[in-house]
Design a protein around this ligand. Structure first.
Ligand code: SF4
Length: 341
């Protein structure tokens, strides 16, 4: 990662709180803290993955960056320019360069339109090409993602799940974006098709110098694609580091439990599964102190009263846990850091 270079994307203390209304006059009673102050940078041509269980806020983060839902607070910089301050109309000039691919291509592709119309639509909206040039571009991009000229005249329902995801990729790619946010883009696909789509994404990234934010609940899927990974829990970042470091030297108890749940196909590599107690707490009523404390096997007194500071404990390795917090009283009895590296 080019640490000194200006990142393509910079997210600073972003929050998205959804109001819960009640009573006759529908007054705001409380808030669901879907995203609660997360920060990260993504460098050019990097793949940064956000992982965590369902409901941890990773998809809301992706949608908030593209202002598909307006963030409550925080800053988002794209190529050094703040993009939350401008009006939605002004934001359109950035949207061309920032595309999103969703889990369910069927619901994101208009079933009444042919693939050709679906691919032409964004080009015509942004008035980027003449009609003839746009058509050439449609065939060129469709072919690049593995769709023939004949298939381009068909409707989305005539395709398999994997092919429909190729259409979504083509629709994002046709705008020549710099950044693509992929929200569970391969989660609904069979393992063999998943591999094909992931390989396609890797090839396209090299060819078109793309930057990815890859959102997934599956650490196994992001392993082969990501340069760095951020682990989210209850709207907050628990750990963020390089893929190599996360898999070989995980620090946060939550990351360790996620990694222990990945099945190992190596008989000699026996893993002790860390089974977490309970469910993810209600984001409208998060626990005091550390958000993970109710399920953490290493929770102690301090975790209940004091929220751990999210800090860089080693070069490019960030964690929010008292076990690694130099300022915490628990530091005297910290467990694990000595043998973590
Ligand atoms: Fe567990 Fe405490 Fe660390 Fe939270 S701060 S992850 S509860 S040890």
């Amino acid at each position: 990662m080019n640490k000194g270079k200006q990142p393509v994307l910079k997210v600073k203390n972003m929050k998205k709180h959804f109001p819960i209304k009640g009573g006759i006059i529908k007054r705001t009673k409380s808030y669901v803290r879907a995203v609660d102050g997360i920060s990260f940078d993504v460098q050019e041509q990097e793949t940064f993955s956000l992982v965590g269980e369902s409901g941890c806020g990773k998809s809301t983060t992706g949608r908030s960056i593209l202002r598909l839902t307006e963030p409550t607070d925080g800053e988002v910089y794209f190529n050094g320019e703040e993009v939350l301050e401008c009006t939605q109309k002004e934001f359109r000039k950035y949207r061309k360069d920032m595309q999103m691919i969703f889990q369910d291509p069927f619901s994101s592709l208009n079933p009444r339109m042919t693939v050709k119309s679906l691919l032409l639509e964004p080009l015509m909206t942004h008035k980027l090409y003449s009609k003839e040039e746009a058509l050439d571009k449609v065939y060129e991009v469709a072919e690049r993602v593995g769709l023939s000229k004949e298939q381009v005249s068909r409707h989305p329902h005539e395709f398999s799940g994997g092919q429909r995801q190729r259409i979504s990729i083509a629709r994002a790619l046709i705008m020549n974006p710099k950044l693509i946010i992929l929200d569970e883009a391969v989660s609904a696909l069979d393992v063999s098709i998943q591999a094909q789509i992931l390989n396609l994404l890797i090839d396209l990234q090299k060819e078109f110098k793309l930057t990815y934010v890859f959102i997934s609940h599956d650490l196994n899927v992001v392993k082969h694609l990501s340069d760095r990974i951020g682990v989210m829990y209850l709207g907050q970042m628990m750990e963020m580091t390089t893929t190599e470091s996360l898999f070989n030297h995980p620090l946060h108890p939550y990351t360790k439990s996620l990694l222990s749940a990945i099945p190992s196909y190596d008989r000699n590599k026996k893993k002790d599964r860390i089974v977490l107690k309970g469910d993810v707490p209600d984001p409208a009523n998060p626990p005091s102190g550390c958000p993970f404390r109710l399920r953490c096997p290493q929770a102690h007194e301090l975790c209940e009263t004091q929220k751990p500071t999210y800090q860089e404990v080693k070069d490019n390795h960030w964690v929010a846990c008292h076990l690694y917090n130099e300022d915490s009283r628990v530091n005297e009895t910290k467990q694990g850091l000595e043998h973590a590296y």
